[in-house]
Design a protein around this ligand. Sequence first.
Ligand code: MG
Length: 406
Amino acid sequence: MKVSLIIAAGGRGKRFREESKGKSSLPKLFLDLAGRPLLAHTLEAFRKIPQIREIVLALPPGTQEWAKRRLWDKGRQGPPIRFVRGGRRRAESVWNALRRTSPKNDWVMVHDGARPFPPRKAIVELLRRGTARRAPLDGIILARPVVPTLKRVAPKNGRVLETVDRSSLYEAETPQLVRRSLLFEAYRRNPKAFLATDESSLIESVGGRVKVLPHSGWNLKVTTPADLALAEAYFCSAPLTVGFGRDTHRLVKGRKLYLGGVRIPFEKGALGHSDGDVLLHAIADGLLGAVGLGDLGEWFPPTNPRFKGIRSEKMLKPILAKIQKEGWWPARVDSVIILERPPLLRFKNRLQKEVARILGVEPGRVSIKAKTAEGLGPEGEGLAVTCEALVLLKRGLAPFEAERGR
Ligand code: MG
């Protein structure tokens, strides 16, 4: 069986934009869901299905370049992907895509771009049943038995006329697998084809045999901002993670003292292979610990001359990028600096702002606390500076504030 997959993603999400009160100007399928565009999740669901020989994506006009950049990695493998312009209605988008499908593929599978989690088992089962030799079909669609109690009411006054027997009712979902030739025929013969809300109804309109594949799994359709929040919650089963970092450097003459990216005027500075910024090192280790990515010494071995004298802000950059790629952002940093002298009180605001800027978050998410060691131990004797940091990471992309911070 050879299948062309059509993803209907041509709409601009009118309802979504109305409910988000103009806060998002991107088409909803490009909005972020756990660190990637919603549509990337949808595409991911169809990865490595050998029957799928090509993918045709119907996108809103003017968004193709954006989609090419954001939807998959450069080294992507799998069937070729083509883009077509979405229409005003779903059925128009599917038609534009259908015309671009290869006639070598007898079947077309259509899926709503707004359903990011189609159950993979069901996709495989649809393909299996579609090819069954016994009782050949013209289409098979994913559908859900209707669970709520249904009332037929008088349109004028809302009076209940009857309770509908739901035992034979199903809610049509996608994917829907249909014969390509028959779908073509339906578009040509049915004058109201562009009003169809799914492919099954088109196949039915030309006398095709369609069956449902009942399922009761999760196949959310993202229509409103609340749906997107739900999808995010579903995807991020562990929405928080925490990491701890600690670092100590010797204080020596002839070095500059950096803390949190801020130069602190003092007669001594922290000895180190880098600029010796203990606060940023502790935070870096906290970030790495939160996602289990080792420690700073592994990322920047002190034996590597390339990192000699490196500013610690530069060390944080690739770590933050990696964390973001894994779907996390730093929502909270709490820290303690243990330093006998100089007093840090008058620098604390600047430290807080600078650390927040480096992390790409609002200053309110960063807390800096400064302590002396009461003259005890190496810190107390002025021989060393130590920092500890607790880092809380959240799933997803940092809120808008991060864009400004960077
Ligand atoms: Mg260090």
